[in-house]
Design a protein around this ligand. Sequence first.
Ligand SMILES: Nc1ncnc2c1ncn2[C@@H]1O[C@H](COP(=O)(O)OP(=O)(O)O)[C@@H](O)[C@H]1O
Ligand SMILES: [Mg+2]
Length: 209
Amino acid sequence: MNKSLFITFEGIDGAGKSTQIAMLKEYLESKGCKVLLTREPGGSNIGNSIRGILLDKSNTAMSPLAELLLYYADRAQHISEVIVPALEDGYCVICDRYFDSSYAYQLAGRRLDDSVLDTLNQMVVDTHMPDITFLMDLSLEESISRVSGRGESDRLELESLSFKERVRHGFLEQAKKYPQRIAVINAMQSPNAIFDDILARIEGSGLLK
Ligand SMILES: Nc1ncnc2c1ncn2[C@@H]1O[C@H](COP(=O)(O)OP(=O)(O)O)[C@@H](O)[C@H]1O
Ligand SMILES: [Mg+2]
């Protein structure tokens, strides 16, 4: 199978995105797909420089609008340099965070205006929509307990509990807005149970046929 497929994973830190992405990569490869894993911010050399600025916890002066524009600069580069060429080359692209994260963090979290987000999204993402998005949803308590062992926190991980709660709800709002594309997954389950839900959704979607 060499049909290209664009899959994104979303959700707060510790939701199990990296864990499920690794499992899905192995599964898709066993089905004969060429798989490219990528992430935002980052995913290109320029993007990784932007990622450094975004996650640097000494950048406490960053304005919400500057933050948003950096994410979209990263995304514009990522789409043109990495995502589109890979899809054209028949890859299944699995991306760890994409534009739904901007709606969750910058719109719901930072309370930026939705018209600003919509304008940027139209300019940058345009038709490059994922075929399917998995929103890994879990409680804040569980998120905090899972990431507590990870070492030093980055700039976003250091945000307040109320910010993180708004982000979680921002993701769920995106899922309401795009019910066909976004599958909400109960991320409180075991990794294998979660993966069963993901596979059921992929197989039920007919995308692999
Ligand atoms: N379903 C799960 N139940 C319990 N712990 C999990 C589960 N999935 C992942 N973890 C653990 O939680 C932590 C965060 O998982 P990770 O996949 O890195 O999340 P994310 O990429 O969304 O931040 C890791 O230590 C991982 O081993
Ligand atoms: Mg991760």
